[in-house]
Design a protein around this ligand. Structure first.
Ligand SMILES: *Cc1c(COP(=O)(O)O)cnc(C)c1O
Length: 303
């Protein structure tokens, strides 16, 4: 179950003559335009399992701009699975064409079921799932955000042997699946720093369920007010970063993490001559949806 992916490379950033740090970005965003970064890693073994179980349909959950929804729709098209997206927000039912993520998913053949926010909150209840099984017959269920044991197994393949030279590994955190895989694949001398893209204390516990090593820490100062919340300072940072290093960032995850890493660097957080690896988990498909929202607010756009 392999398809042509652009194997990710580490790209070092020139931090200027006053820095003796090594800062490299692992370009997982280049794996695929829609099955990008950690979503490719998280889906890989789930697809293998679905095939093994003889299931032809993938069902999953997500919000209107979800990278995970886009990725599941794209793998469905690539590997001949039917796909069903259970989407948060009934009001979106007639707004698919105006939403770049949903429009893309639909073009891949994904079928939607729009549910109220309340129903969406209860989506892992036995009753809700049973109703879905009645409605859609036999499907392979992938949780929201894609995190399960098989997803973590896939994320354990992000780090390569040659990455053991790094002292710090930084990554964005949503559900905690990706960082758990990275922690499990890391060496004891490495420190894994997670930058949550949302508020809330539940993540530490989530990660502890999956992570087999203690060498990690969450840096909770860079969520910018919560999930998918951004401000003009973050937009300015992302645009400057892209101009300076030719690396696009996404507004929900990697933009915030990179802002955090650069801020910590400027504050002297890392010891002299640290070797830092930043994981670019992808998510670039979300930029156009965010730009439509920014445009309505007449804010500056993400370039
Ligand atoms: C989904 C996503 C994350 C969060 O990954 P988790 O495994 O849920 O923590 C991080 N970055 C990007 C770009 C994502 O799309």
């Amino acid at each position: 179950m392999n398809f042509k992916v652009h194997l990710s490379e580490n790209q070092s950033l020139n931090l200027g003559p006053n820095s003796n740090h090594l800062l490299s970005v692992k370009r997982e965003d280049l794996i695929h335009p829609y099955i990008s970064g950690n979503k490719y890693r998280k889906l890989k073994y789930n697809l293998v399992q679905a095939k093994k179980e003889g299931r032809n349909t993938l069902l999953t959950f997500g919000g209107a701009f979800s990278n995970h929804i886009a990725a599941v729709a794209a793998v469905g098209k690539e590997f001949a699975f039917e796909t069903i997206g259970v989407i948060r927000g009934e009001e979106l039912v007639d707004k698919v064409e105006g939403n770049p993520t949903l429009k893309f998913a639909k073009s891949c053949g994904m079928q939607f079921k729009f549910v109220t926010r309340e129903a969406f909150r209860n989506k892992i209840s036995e009753e809700f799932i049973q109703n879905l099984r009645r409605e859609f017959a036999d499907f392979y269920l992938i949780p929201e955000g894609g995190t399960n044991e098989l997803a973590i197994k896939g994320c354990e393949e992000i780090l390569l042997e040659e990455d053991s030279k790094f002292d710090y590994i930084c990554c964005s955190v949503g559900t905690g699946g990706t960082i758990s895989g990275i922690i499990n694949a890391s060496k004891p001398h490495q420190k894994i720093l997670g930058f949550p893209a949302l508020k809330g204390d539940f993540l530490r516990e989530e990660i502890s369920k999956f992570a087999k090593n203690p060498n990690w820490k969450l840096i909770t100062d860079y969520h910018f007010g919560g999930y998918a919340k951004i401000n003009t300072e973050l937009i300015g940072f992302m645009n400057e970063f892209k101009r300076d290093y030719n690396i696009p960032l996404d507004p929900v995850y990697t933009g915030k993490m990179m802002y955090g890493v650069m801020d910590l660097l400027s504050k002297g957080y890392f010891p002299e001559a640290s070797k830092i690896l930043v994981i670019h988990t992808g998510g670039l498909q979300g930029i156009s949806g965010m730009n439509e929202l920014l445009n309505k607010k007449q804010w500056p756009l993400i370039s």
